[in-house]
Write a protein that binds this ligand. Structure first.
Ligand code: UD1
Length: 339
């Protein structure tokens, strides 16, 4: 069974391609290389022992995408392709709305037109904003997004939900990811941030190998046990496996049309400082860091309840924070050696 994976050369997309092959699917990548590297494809081929088909096109190119979908006849589509830098989205909102929303519209229109039923959408816990209660469940209300990036996730969720109900020919899930970290244990694929990383773990690994002089911890005066923010850090391989579980759920569903939202997290939180200490311990390194001021728009404390995914998808996270941080560091060292 073929599955189209948009953004399949990206961080979460590439790990999902591996897990799809491992589960007997044939992933077909569509990626415009805007925030990914062609070398990922050869790494994927080495890791899986398979030749993954990859179309280098943009998901807003409707005619080309139509041809690809008609040709490949996929059982479903997993839609990762999106811009994801929160800060950049504030400076260039039209880039974010233009790409993230348009690509989703193009895909849904083509799915209706061609008769492809199953869609998995990459959403984010950012839709919960600063939550009223934690762990957040899918019943927590969504809050107004603090960035255009976050807003594109909420808008795309709505577009998909409305389309499912109106046209009755789609089965879709939105997976709300918490904080994906780590890399494949093989050391062959991982995160490849362009320029200075915005996210915590790539910043840590780059500091640990000497690529950055120092990590700044954004704020230690939050109302948490050690004053630093709390997040639900999930290993990217666990997250990738959630997509396979969601796909199996959609494919085996008897309904003509359905829409479900799932939190994809570990169910518990760790503070930024705990994560740093764990990183130092598991990798036997000392990290150069200092405390700085808070970063605008940061949420104090969030972690998710993943019981719904466990009950309905039969999925739960298995890997530990230690494994994720060992894998992330292995990947960073490998990058250093290969450059
Ligand atoms: C952010 C986005 C989230 C998005 C995710 C993509 C928001 C509010 N959050 O999550 O929607 O899906 O990125 O990966 O839009 N930190 C430091 N120093 C650093 C970098 C980060 O202390 O150099 C801290 C941050 O203040 C935060 C924690 O580490 O408390 C995690 O930050 P980050 O990895 O950027 O993820 P989020 O902001 O949680």
């Amino acid at each position: 069974m073929k599955v189209i994976v948009t953004g399949g050369l990206g961080f979460i997309g590439s790990h999902t391609v591996v897990e799809l092959w491992n589960s007997g699917f044939e992933p077909v990548i569509v990626d415009n290389l805007s925030n990914s590297n062609e070398s990922v494809l050869s790494q994927l081929n080495e890791l899986t022992g398979k030749q993954t088909t990859c179309y280098k096109i943009d998901c807003t190119e409707v005619d080309m995408l139509r041809e690809i979908i008609r040709e490949e006849k996929p059982e479903g589509i997993i839609h990762f392709a999106a811009h994801k830098a929160v800060g950049e989205s504030v400076k260039e909102p039209l880039k974010y709305y233009g790409n993230n929303v348009n690509s989703t519209l193009v895909l849904i229109n083509l799915m209706r037109e061609i008769g492809i039923k199953n869609l998995i959408f990459s959403s984010s816990c950012t839709v919960y904003g600063e939550p009223d209660s934690i762990p957040v469940t899918e019943q927590n209300r969504r809050k107004k997004a603090t960035s255009p990036y976050g807003n594109t996730k909420a808008i795309c969720e709505d577009i998909i939900e409305n389309s499912v109900h109106a046209y009755q020919c789609l089965r879709a899930t939105s997976l709300r990811y918490f904080n994906p970290i780590g890399a494949h244990p093989s050391g062959l694929i991982g995160e490849l941030p362009l320029g200075v990383p915005n996210n915590l773990v790539p910043y840590i690994t780059q500091t640990a190998v000497g690529k950055r002089p120092k990590l700044t911890v954004f704020g230690n005066d939050y109302d948490t046990a050690d004053g630093t923010c709390v997040r639900d850090f999930i290993h990217v391989v666990d997250l990738a496996q959630a997509h396979v579980a969601a796909l199996n759920f959609l494919i085996s569903s008897k309904s003509e049309s359905l829409y479900e939202v799932f939190n994809i997290g570990t169910g518990s939180g760790n503070s930024v400082l705990e994560l740093i200490q764990c990183f130092e311990e598991v990798n036997s390194v000392k990290l150069n860091y200092e405390f700085g001021s808070r970063r605008e728009g940061d949420i104090e404390k969030i972690y998710g309840c993943a019981d719904k995914a466990r009950a309905i998808l039969g999925w739960k996270s298995n890997k530990t924070l230690q494994e994720a941080l060992a894998d992330a560091y292995r990947w960073e060292r490998r990058l250093l050696e290969s450059n």
